[in-house]
Design a protein. Structure first.
Length: 255
């Protein structure tokens, strides 16, 4: 009976379910320690193991647990103003997505996200005071809408937030809180359009528990990483993720 729940009633094998729980631990640890990247890695594993219709909602709900735990563990460092602006935009993006949630051409979204990430990380950096409340709202709305179709908009959100903080814990806390909101709204939207969440609930819960342990271990590693090393690692991780998206676009276009 337990195996039935873990395998989403034979939608996947038991071995696959165990691999996914281990993956949830590793990717949560990675995100907590480095600030970003685990969500995309988890999405890549899920893409090769679960049915297409379950890919984005399962990923979103597992990431909801991972980011929610990380947000709770670092809540005292949260930039509440940025979070509130992002929340307002995310709500608007989710409402729009609930009416237009169709499978858009992934290749164009990948190209836009990768290009924007590279610009945010390597392009000219405006003074923090130039960032307006409307900019945070727009970031929440656009990235939430994108996440409904490609699953992992985390690098885009992270690249936007990255430019505003030198404090790694403040960065981690604010990013985690924003992603928690985004994934929660994703769960609501996909449930609204008919995703059978009950079928996958036990596996999702098992992955969330595994991810919670990974988050705890990752945060222990985070406080031991010098800020300068953290920022350099963060920048290169986001860059590599963007280049990976561009590689996928190239493969799709030319092969």
């Amino acid at each position: 009976m337990l195996a039935d729940y873990l395998t989403a009633f034979d939608s996947i094998s038991l071995v696959t379910a165990l691999v996914l729980m281990i993956t949830a631990f590793v990717t949560a640890l990675f995100t907590a320690a480095m600030g970003v990247g685990g969500g995309v890695l988890l999405l890549a594993v899920l893409a090769s193991t679960v049915p297409v219709h379950a890919l984005i909602p399962v990923h979103g709900l597992v990431q909801l647990g991972a980011n929610g735990n990380r947000a709770l563990m670092t809540v005292r460092h949260l930039d509440r103003a940025v979070f509130c602006y992002f929340l307002a935009g995310a709500l608007a993006g989710a409402i729009v997505a609930s009416f237009v949630i169709v499978q858009l051409p992934v290749i164009w979204i990948q190209l836009a996200v990768a290009t924007f990430i590279l610009f945010l990380v390597w392009g000219p950096k405006p003074d923090i005071r130039e960032t307006s409340a409307s900019g945070y709202v727009a970031a929440g709305g656009i990235t939430t809408l994108i996440s409904m179709f490609v699953g992992a908009a985390g690098p885009l959100v992270a690249a936007f937030i990255h430019r505003n903080y030198d404090d790694k814990l403040r960065l981690t806390a604010t990013f985690a809180a924003c992603m928690t909101v985004q994934h929660a709204l994703k769960g609501v939207v996909f449930t609204f359009v008919g995703f059978a969440i009950y079928q996958w609930a036990f596996l999702i819960l098992a992955m969330v528990i595994s991810g919670t342990l990974g988050t705890w271990v990752g945060l222990k590693m985070l406080v031991r990483i010098p800020t300068g090393h953290f920022k350099r690692a963060f920048k290169w991780i986001v860059t590599l993720l963007a280049l990976r998206l561009l590689y996928q676009v190239g493969c799709t276009l030319f092969y």
